[in-house]
Structures are given as C-alpha cells and as structure tokens.
Design a protein around this ligand. Structure first.
Ligand code: ZN
Ligand code: ZN
Ligand code: ZN
Length: 140
C-alpha cells in the first residue's frame, strides 16, 4: 500500500480509517470503472455496508465519481482531477467497450457545453461513447 494514501484522504478531510484506505487502494488500482458488487468481491470478506459507506463518503468528498454507462449498473471511478466536495469538475466522456464490457474514464475528452432551452435546469450531464477499446481492438 502506498504511503500517500492517507495524505490523499486527509487532503479531502476524510479520516483515513483502515477500511477507507483499503477501498481507496483498491479503487486506484483498477484499470477501469468498477461496480459496487465487484468492489465488494475484490475486498472480501469486508462488509457490504462498510464498503458502500466508504464509497459514498469518497463521492461526497470529490474523490470518486459514479458513471451511468447505460448498462443499468452504476460504476465508480477514482477522480483524476481536483474535484471538490459536492462539486465534481471531471465532466469527461466515458467509454463503454462492447467487447470486454469495461467502462473507462477519458479524462482528456471533456463533455461539450450543452445549452438548454429556457426554464430547463441541468443537474447531471453524462456522455458515454460505445465501441471497442484499444486493448480489444489490438486483439481482433
Ligand atoms: Zn470527480
Ligand atoms: Zn474492451
Ligand atoms: Zn470518469
């Protein structure tokens, strides 16, 4: 486990409990976004509620964001940029690979500004591109 983990949590004013450090370490080492179920499996025998609470805490604090990739299963990914509590700046595009079914963050590809008609107020914007990821493409 990296020494920097407690520092990452403390910067977000999160108390670095053993459980939170475990969840953070696991999340940071994922090549793609992960569902709560897979997170639990990876952290077994940790208690589901505890894992979920740690995840929610991270999300509230701007460390982790959730992704609705259209599969009906919410995925979570570590925020690569400086997100603040209650305000995520990483409005990047996500990519869903139809072959390996993995969802990845594309932090360098920002979601373009969306203009709405008068009287409409946005709460969340997400953009998911579906196709073949670089790994699956080279294996074809
Ligand atoms: Zn974020
Ligand atoms: Zn793929
Ligand atoms: Zn993302």
């Amino acid at each position: 486990m990296s020494e920097e983990l407690p520092v990452i949590l403390e910067r977000k004013n999160i108390k670095p409990t053993a459980m939170r450090l475990l969840v953070l370490d696991f999340l940071m080492n994922q090549p793609s976004a992960i569902s709560l179920t897979d997170l639990e499996k990876g952290l077994e025998p940790c208690d589901r509620i505890t894992v979920y609470r740690a995840l929610k805490k991270f999300e509230e604090s701007g460390l982790v964001h959730h992704i609705d990739d259209g599969t009906g299963i919410t995925k979570y990914a570590f925020c690569a940029e400086e997100c603040n509590p209650g305000h995520h700046h990483d409005l990047h595009v996500h990519f869903f690979c139809n072959t390996c079914k993995q969802t990845s963050c594309l932090p360098k590809t920002q979601i373009p500004q969306v203009s709405l008609p008068e009287g409409f107020h946005k709460e969340e914007v997400s953009l998911v591109v579906k196709g073949t990821c670089n790994l699956c493409y080279t294996l074809q």
